[in-house]
Design a protein around this ligand. Structure first.
Ligand code: T1G
Length: 685
C-alpha cells in the first residue's frame, strides 16, 4: 500500500507531503512516513532544509481517533515529534486549515512554523477527555507562554494564525502560495544555527508566578465542574514551569494515560463520532441532492421565530418574517437586534456584521410576502388548529417546491402536512430555545416527507451551525418525549417526600446544568397549563393558579430575589403537603439513588422505546439530542451511552421497582429487556 507521505526535492529543500484524506489524521502510516522522510533528509547531502505540509483541506488535524483503544502501532506520535525536532537540518511546518492536537504538536516539533492567514491552530484534546500527549503540554507553554497554553489546552478552542503569530507559535504569516513561500523560508533559514528547538525554550516557563494556576482554576471553576481533563491539562502545563522538558513529558504521558483509561475520555470520544453520525440519514441514497435555499420565511416573530431567523441571517440567508400585528413585529425585530448587539459586545460579531445581518431581514405583516421563499418555517402558538390553518394558507401562496416546516415541539407533523396538498414538502424543524444559541435541531420526518426535503434540512442545519438529528413522528419526538416521564416521576417524588431542591441537586450533581424544577421555572411553569385558575388538579395547576409561573414571575417551584437567585419556597412546600394530604400519601425519606432511578432510568426506558419504534435512527442520536438539547454532561456520553456504562441489567433492576410501584402505568421497553438479557449494549462501545 502506498504511503500517505511522499517526498520531493526542490533545490536544497526536501518537501514532505501528507496526503491522508479527509483530515490528514496522524495514523500509523503517516507517522511511519514522517520518520522515513526525516531519515531521508538526514541522509541526503544535497538537502539543507525540510518543509512538512499537507494536501487537502487541512494540515494534520490530530492523532487518528479511530486508532484509540486499538493495539498501538509504532512509532508513537511523541517519538515522531522528537525525531523531527532532532533532525540536524531545519524543518519548517507549512500550515493551512486546522493544525489540531497532534497536528499542532508535530508543528511544534518543527524548528519553524509558517501559516496562511485563515489557518487555525489548537489543542482540542480536552474535548475528547484527553490532553496533548505528544509533548504539547510542555512545548506550547515554552513557545506561547503559560496563560495562552492554559487557555488553549483547557478550552480546546483553536486560535487564528495571526493570534498564533503574535503569541510566537507561528513565525510568519504567508500571503499567497503557501508551499512556494514555505520553501523560500526554508532556504532562508537553512544555514541558521543553532536550530530553534521548542523543547529547549525556558524563558517563558521560568519564574512563573504559581498563583497564575489557582487564579485560572477559580476563574474556570464552573466550566471545569465535573470534567477530569481540564484540570489534568492544567497540571501538565504547571509541570512545564517546574521541571525540565525531559521530565515534564514523562508527567504528561502519565496524566495522558490516566485520562485515556477513564470513562470520561471514552464517553467524549464516543460523542465525537456520534455527533458526526447523526448527519447520516439511513435509507436515503447518497446522490439525493438538497434543494437550493436562497430565501427563508418565518411565521411568528416571538422568542422562537426571532431566534430561528437569526440563525439564517447570520449564515447569510435573507429572511422574511411575518407577524399579525405591527407591535408584535416591532417587538420581535427589536429583540433580534438586541441579541445581536449583546453578541457583538462579547466579540462574537462586529457592529458592521450586525448591520449586515439585520439588513437581510424583511419584516412584514403581509402573509403573501412569503410567496418567493424556498423554505418557510412556522413558529406560532403550539396548537394544532392554528398550525393547520396556517399550513392551509401556505399551501395556496408558497411557490412550488418550497419546503414548509413547523417548529412544533410536540405535535404531529403528518396531521399538519395533511392540511396541505403537498405533504412531501412538509417537515418538522424543532429548534431548541434560545434558538439562536442551542446547537440541536430535531428534523422530524413525516410519513410523506420527501427524501430531498430531509437532505435539504440536514445540509441547511450544518450551514447554520446546528447539529441535526432525524426524529420520527411521535409526541415530543426524541428529547421532549424523554422529558415527559422524567418530569412526571420528579413530580411524584415531591408528593412522596422529596423536595424540589433535593431532586434538582441530584441532577446538577450528576452534571446536568439544572434539575427538573429549575428547568420548569426557567422555561415557564405555565407552559401547557390550561389557564383555568379554578381548575386545580396537580401541583403545577396550584402554582399557576397562584401566579407562580417561574422565574419570569419571581416565583415558581422556588422563590426568586431581584437578581433571580432561587430559594426554597415555604409556599410551595405548603402546596405539596396539601396535595399529599388530599392524596393520603405519607411523606418518607427518599434516597438520591431512588431519584436517579425514577428520573434517569425512566428516561433510558423511554429512549429504548423510541429506538424500538424507529423514532430515532440510532442510540447515539438519542445521546446527541440530550447533550446538545438539554446539557446532559458530555463526559457521560448521553443517556444511552451512560446506561451502557451503568450496565443494562442494573437499569432493568431499578426499573423493576418502578414496575412494582406503578403497576400497569409502567411498561418496559422490550428492546431494553432483550439487550439486558443478552448482555448487549445500546451504543456498542
Ligand atoms: N481522527 C480520525 N478521524 C477524524 C479526525 C481525527 N482526528 N478528525 C476528523 N475525522 C473524521 C470525521 O470523523 C469525519 O469522518 C471526517 O474526518 C470529517 O470530519 C496525541 C491524542 C478537523 C475541524 O480532536 O475537529 O491529537 O464522518 O465532519 O467539519 O495529542 O474534524 O466523514 O466518516 O468533523 O470539516 C485531536 C478532530 C485528536 C480534531 C474538520 N484532534 N476533528 O471538521 O469535518 S487527539 C481533534 C475536528 C490528539 C494527540 C492527541 C474536525 C476538523 P466521516 P468533520 P469538518
Amino acid at each position: 500500500m502506498t504511503s500517505p507521505i511522499s517526498t520531493q526535492k526542490h533545490g536544497h529543500v526536501l518537501i514532505v507531503t501528507s496526503n491522508n484524506p479527509p483530515v490528514n489524521a496522524l495514523g500509523a502510516a503517516v507517522r511511519q512516513g514522517l520518520v522515513a522522510a526525516i531519515e531521508e533528509a538526514e541522509a541526503a547531502n544535497d538537502v539543507a532544509a525540510v518543509v512538512i505540509r499537507c494536501e487537502g483541506q487541512t494540515f494534520f488535524a490530530g492523532a487518528d481517533i479511530t486508532e484509540f483503544g486499538k493495539p498501538p502501532v509504532m512509532p508513537w506520535l511523541p517519538e515522531v515529534v522528537d525525531r523531527i525536532e532532532n533532525c540536524s537540518k531545519p524543518v519548517v511546518a507549512a500550515i493551512h486549515g486546522t493544525a489540531l492536537g497532534g497536528g499542532l504538536e508535530v508543528a511544534l516539533g518543527c524548528h519553524y512554523r509558517v501559516a496562511v492567514p485563515t489557518a487555525k491552530l489548537g489543542v482540542p484534546e480536552v474535548k475528547l477527555g484527553l490532553l496533548p500527549g505528544a509533548g504539547g503540554t510542555q512545548r506550547l507553554p515554552r513557545v506561547a507562554g503559560v496563560e495562552k497554553a492554559l487557555q488553549m489546552t483547557t478550552s480546546g478552542t483553536p486560535i487564528g494564525a495571526q493570534e498564533a503569530c503574535d503569541a510566537g507559535v507561528v513565525d510568519r504569516i504567508i500571503e499567497g502560495d503557501l508551499l512556494q513561500h514555505a520553501v523560500a523560508y526554508a532556504t532562508e533559514v537553512a544555514q541558521v544555527r543553532p536550530l530553534p528547538k521548542t523543547s529547549e525554550r525556558q524563558d517563558k516557563v521560568e519564574n512563573v508566578d504559581p498563583s497564575v494556576f489557582d487564579q485560572f482554576i477559580q476563574a474556570n471553576a464552573r466550566t471545569f465542574k465535573g470534567f477530569e481533563a481540564p484540570m489534568k491539562n492544567l497540571e501538565a502545563v504547571r509541570v512545564a514551569t517546574q521541571k525540565p522538558y525531559s521530565e515534564g513529558v514523562l508527567e504528561e504521558r502519565k496524566l495522558f494515560m490516566e485520562l485515556m483509561s477513564g470513562t470520561q475520555a471514552k464517553a467524549q470520544q464516543y460523542f465525537f463520532f456520534a455527533e458526526r453520525k447523526a448527519a447520516k440519514i439511513e435509507g436515503v441514497a447518497d446522490d439525493v441532492k438538497p434543494r437550493e435555499i436562497r430565501k427563508v420565511g418565518v411565521i411568528g416573530a416571538g422568542t422562537m421565530g426571532g431566534g430561528i431567523s437569526m440563525n439564517f441571517l447570520s449564515a447569510g440567508i435573507p429572511v422574511t418574517i411575518v407577524e399579525m400585528a405591527q407591535d408584535a413585529l416591532d417587538r420581535g425585530t427589536g429583540v433580534m437586534l438586541k441579541n445581536y448587539q449583546a453578541s457583538a459586545k462579547k466579540g462574537r460579531f462586529t457592529e458592521a456584521q450586525v448591520g449586515e445581518f439585520m439588513g437581510r431581514l424583511n419584516p412584514t405583516l403581509n402573509f403573501d410576502d412569503l410567496a418567493d421563499c424556498d423554505l418557510i418555517i412556522e413558529a406560532v402558538f403550539e396548537q394544532m388548529e392554528i398550525k393547520q390553518e396556517i399550513f392551509g394558507r401556505l399551501d395556496k401562496i408558497a411557490k412550488p417546491g418550497a419546503i414548509l416546516a413547523s417548529n412544533t415541539s410536540y405535535l404531529n407533523i403528518d396531521e399538519i402536512a395533511a392540511a396541505t396538498s403537498r405533504p412531501q414538502d412538509v417537515v418538522g424543524l424543532h429548534f431548541f430555545s434560545p434558538a439562536n444559541v442551542m446547537k440541536l435541531l430535531e428534523v422530524v420526518r413525516g410519513a410523506k416527507t420527501a427524501d430531498d426535503v430531509l437532505v435539504t434540512a440536514m445540509a441547511l442545519a450544518k450551514k447554520i451551525k446546528k447539529v441535526a438529528v432525524v426524529a420520527g413522528v411521535c409526541y415530543g419526538f426524541i428529547g421532549n418525549r424523554m422529558l415527559i416521564p422524567r418530569q412526571m416521576e420528579a413530580t411524584k417524588l415531591l408528593l412522596e417526600g422529596a423536595t424540589p431542591a433535593q431532586i434538582d441537586k441530584v441532577h446538577t450533581d450528576f452534571g446536568m446544568p439544572m434539575g427538573p424544577f429549575q428547568m420548569a421555572d426557567l422555561a415557564g411553569v405555565d407552559i401547557g397549563w390550561h389557564r383555568d385558575p379554578t381548575r386545580i388538579e396537580n401541583i403545577r395547576d396550584a402554582l399557576c393558579a397562584q401566579d407562580r409561573w417561574g422565574q419570569k414571575k419571581g416565583a415558581g417551584f422556588y422563590d426568586y430575589d431581584e437578581k433571580r437567585r432561587p430559594s426554597p419556597s415555604p409556599k410551595v412546600q405548603e402546596i405539596i403537603e396539601d396535595f399529599r394530604g388530599k392524596a393520603g400519601v405519607q411523606a418518607r425519606e427518599i434516597s438520591d439513588q431512588e431519584i436517579v432511578e425514577r428520573t434517569l432510568y425512566t428516561m433510558v426506558n423511554e429512549g429504548a422505546k423510541i429506538l424500538e419504534e424507529g423514532m430515532a435512527q440510532r442510540a447515539s442520536d438519542v445521546d446527541v439530542v440530550w447533550i446538545y438539547g438539554y446539557g446532559w454532561p458530555v463526559y457521560r456520553g448521553g443517556p444511552m451511552h451512560w446506561a451502557d456504562s451503568e450496565g443494562l441489567p442494573k437499569i432493568v433492576e431499578g426499573l423493576r421497582r418502578q414496575e412494582e410501584r406503578m403497576g400497569k402505568d409502567f411498561s418496559f421497553s422490550q428492546l431494553l429487556l432483550d439487550k439486558a438479557e443478552r448482555g448487549e449494549k445500546f451504543t456498542g462501545r
